[in-house]
Write a protein that binds this ligand. Sequence first.
Ligand code: FES
Length: 146
Amino acid sequence: MSNADIYHEMIIDYSRNPLNFGQIENPDVTFHDSNPLCGDSIDIDMNIKENKISDIKFHGRGCAICMACSSVLTEITKGKDIDEVKKITKNDVLSELGLENLQAVRIKCALLSLKVLKYALYSYLAKHMSETGDVDKLKEEAANLY
Ligand code: FES
């Protein structure tokens, strides 16, 4: 089985049985966004304790790539501290599923959840920090992710 086949199976598997799928009751932060081209949408809920992502879940609907990347992203994020989460890049997500050379038209599918995560973190930090200069970079990054 080639690497491409393995990644393809992982994407199908994550899309059928997504990890961290669901909602958190009364989350510390929640954010929603959608892909206007297809109407698919993702919500991310997080709880944050002592600067760490103590819990994270996503829900919504999306194509197989969108669901698989949301699964992978939430797995990468869970338990990490905020400073580490701020540094998660698109390649961190894409490389987990062998999607580094994804066509431009599908990149939004793969990165919708990362965009939602960055905005969620931005909105949490903007509310809880008095110094927002660094935090504003996060918002800018989310806005220009694809
Ligand atoms: Fe809608 Fe991929 S087709 S997110």
